[in-house]
Design a protein around this ligand. Structure first.
Ligand code: NAD
Length: 311
């Protein structure tokens, strides 16, 4: 298939590109390289074409659609916390960018979109583990609002123009080439000060984690296994790992003696952070994909890999 991957030079996107190429698909990447990196794709040489452009430029997005059969839409601002200080980033890089992708698809007659949504659309869910049909969906971050808004645009383009969509609500995705997130932050903090590790919140926040190659493999599996007009799946493991446990694992893997782990206190890392997120992954598993790592396994593996990458 001819695939366009928005955000394909990013952390998750570049792993998805690896798998698409491995499976024999033709891949074009659309990325403005704001948080993505050219070298995450360089091992593909000319096999993958990189269009350097911004999703807020509708004409540029239209230009990238020629011959495309499916869009994997992953480009977005990845930093949930940014919304606490800059309030229009998620609206633009999330909701408006998704509208531009859909409008460009409509103009070019591209029929299918797979979207990187997030567990944060559930907000502070009363039901745990949280299944896909949980509602009402009341996100508590501006990033979450942009993901829910994007999902709504996709279902609307399905209802109005006959598009087919896969909505993937990701857990916290971790793994090689990670450029952000809690494990990445902890490793950098320890590099800056090997004697202490500051943890935002009381450390009791717990979330589902998924290793990035599991995430990419689950996406590809479900795009071929699920064929409804709209296909909505949680991607993650049904267990969780606490921030306290992640801090302990990072300290263990660092090999550093006598690190003091210090908590800033409070039940969440920042305003808009969901303190507990546990996904019900049974729909994904019933459709035939089981992750290789559980949450703690994904965290442990990622810690080892990122220590090697960051050095
Ligand atoms: P990332 O920052 O590594 O990837 C995002 C990519 O999009 C980058 O390559 C960036 O350069 C590109 N991009 C951003 N804005 C763009 C624009 N306007 N035009 C063109 N390109 C643009 O982040 P990631 O962790 O790989 O996240 C990928 C997707 O998965 C995002 O939509 C993110 O919201 C979603 N997601 C990630 C996680 C996670 O834990 N990593 C969890 C839930 C959802």
């Amino acid at each position: 298939m001819h695939c366009l991957v928005t955000g394909g030079a990013g952390f998750v996107g570049s792993h998805l590109v690896d798998l698409l190429v491995e499976k024999g698909h033709e891949v074009r990447v659309f990325d403005n390289l704001s948080s993505g990196r050219r070298d995450f794709l360089s091992h593909h040489g000319d096999v993958v074409s990189l269009v350097t452009g911004d999703l807020l430029d509708l004409e540029a997005v239209k230009g990238a659609m020629e011959g495309i059969e499916i869009v994997y839409h992953l480009a977005a601002n990845p930093d949930i916390r940014l919304g606490t200080s800059v309030t229009d980033t998620d609206l633009k890089q999330g909701t408006v960018a998704t509208y531009n992708v859909l409008e460009a698809m409509r103009s070019a007659g591209v029929p299918k979109i797979a979207f990187a949504s997030s567990s944060v659309v559930y907000g502070e869910a009363a039901e745990m583990p949280t299944p896909e049909d949980y509602g009402p969906l009341f996100p508590i971050s501006l990033y979450g609002a942009s993901k829910l808004g994007s999902e709504a645009l996709i279902t609307s383009f399905m209802g109005t123009f006959g598009l087919q969509g896969w909505l993937f609500r990701f857990a916290n995705i971790v793994g090689a080439r990670g450029t952000h997130g809690v494990i990445f932050d902890f490793i950098h903090k320890l590099k800056a000060d090997p004697t202490r590790l500051e943890v935002l919140g009381d450390g009791r926040q717990e979330k589902s984690y998924m290793e990035v190659r599991d995430c990419a493999a689950a996406m590809l599996h479900l795009v071929s296994a699920a064929d409804e007009p709209i296909n909505c799946y949680n991607l993650g493991s049904s267990d969780t790992c606490s921030v306290r446990r992640i801090a302990e694992i990072v300290v263990e893997e660092s090999g550093l003696p006598d690190v003091s782990i210090e908590y800033t206190g409070g039940d969440r890392g920042w305003a808009g952070d969901v303190p507990k997120a546990m996904l019900d992954a049974s729909r994904m598993e019933a459709a035939g994909y089981s992750p290789k790592f559980d949450s703690e396994g994904a965290v442990r593996y990622t810690t080892k890999v990122l220590f090697e990458e960051i050095g």
